[in-house]
Design a protein around this ligand. Sequence first.
Ligand code: NDP
Length: 486
Amino acid sequence: AEANIGVVGLAAMGASLSRNLARHGNTVAVFNRHYSRTETLMNEHGSEGRFVPAHTLQEFVASLTRPRTAIIMVKAGDPTDQMINDLADLMEAGDIIVDAGNSYFKDTIRREKAIRARGLHFVGCGVSGGEEGALLGPSMMPGGTDESWETLGPILESIAARAEGEPCVTHIGTDGAGHFVKMVHNGIEYADMQVIAESYDLMRRGLGLEPGRIADVFEEWNEGDLNSYLVQITAQVLHHVDARTGRPFIDIVKDQAGMKGTGTWTVQTALDLAVPVTGIGEAVFSRGLSASADLREEAAREGLAGPVQEGGLGDLASDPDRCKAFIEDIRKALYASKIVAYAQGFNEMEEGAREYGWNLDLGAIARIWRGGCIIRAKFLNRISDAYASGGEFGSLLFDPFFKQAIEEAQDSWRRVVTAATGAGIPIPVFASSLSYYDGLRSRRLPAALIQGQRDLFGAHTYGRVDESGAFHTLWAGDGSEIRQGD
Ligand code: NDP
């Protein structure tokens, strides 16, 4: 026994993570089902640190010092379950199995329970940053017991990304907490990408700007409140020219967005928890609509009617001063919509924590997202500050900083939604975030009417504004009211 950590599964993610571990002074046992991957890793990168290559899982486990700690990075689903069981068969009480894949948090809860019953620790660990992050420093969200964190914490801290000197990893909570938080991270990522895409569309279709010019705008935005990895790479993508055709890269890419399911999980979970995550939801639905290419093709053939001033923002676009002012409006609309989407994502984590009995430190979660992960941004410092101030508040939108940010952005936001709607340009996250915001502000919602309808057709009862209790009106009778339970 000589390795303090092991990695099972040496495809893109596992190989990068192993190298990162070895480069940071860990002795890393490595195992892959087919030895060829292990061999490649040793041949190409064996000199980067101390590796202990194993031909069999038995050899792998035997090379680990106790408590044995093994990170699984194999294909999600059945292969992961299989590997967890194989490892558990070979390990002893107190050893730690880490699943660092993108597992569904309910699977993690199930697996943790089963492995705990066998006396071992099971840690579901969310890892963000892709292959490059795994190699150069990811943001990591481990769940599991406090005891497993004692062993695993220093190892993960050694390889995590750093933001302002702090490692981008923290013990999130028990069982599935880490994978839950990673899931919401991905959902927020969907919303963030969609608001950027909507901004691009307004400049492209609405204002008629060329991709290169729009890239410059995003570069400028990246200097301010919107400073983030996603805005930065947006500029990079928009500047890129297709080598084959000489056309802007953005114009030769099919407009059908893919997805692997974490965004969908975030929305499904939010529905179960009854937390409105309209920004994330619309972002997932937008990818769905984009992927429905045949349906959109048919709609075009059918010639579905649009506004008279289809697509363009007309005289606004041809007046340089108004055009410039509108770009600033878009920036503010993006910022406000993004704040709403994050506020909703954080609400989902709060509600998830209540439902599943986790003690989530939302400020710490915002801090570990500042580096290494896809949504890394300066903005997360503000969220972290909001939660660190210790005040109990129901939404990030009530925090003084964000409250003021939206106050300053809202006129622009409303102008953008109005203009886009008038021109027939879809802005699902801009518009739904604004509706959510206005709904939240409303002292009185039309839900009273819905209660009336429900009581009429289904005797579902309603509450009165002037008296407590549940009431039902005899709609088919004399219209009198009865108090439930009377
Ligand atoms: P893949 O998901 O492509 O999986 C390939 C690896 O799984 C290979 O090592 C393969 O071994 C192994 N494997 C497949 N089936 C089995 C099995 N039945 N038994 C044992 N081993 C098996 O690899 P990636 O590196 O892309 O991803 C690894 C994990 O990380 C996945 O869970 C994925 O969801 C997650 N991931 C996370 C990302 C992130 O940003 N956090 C990004 C990408 C992935 P062999 O070589 O022998 O075929």
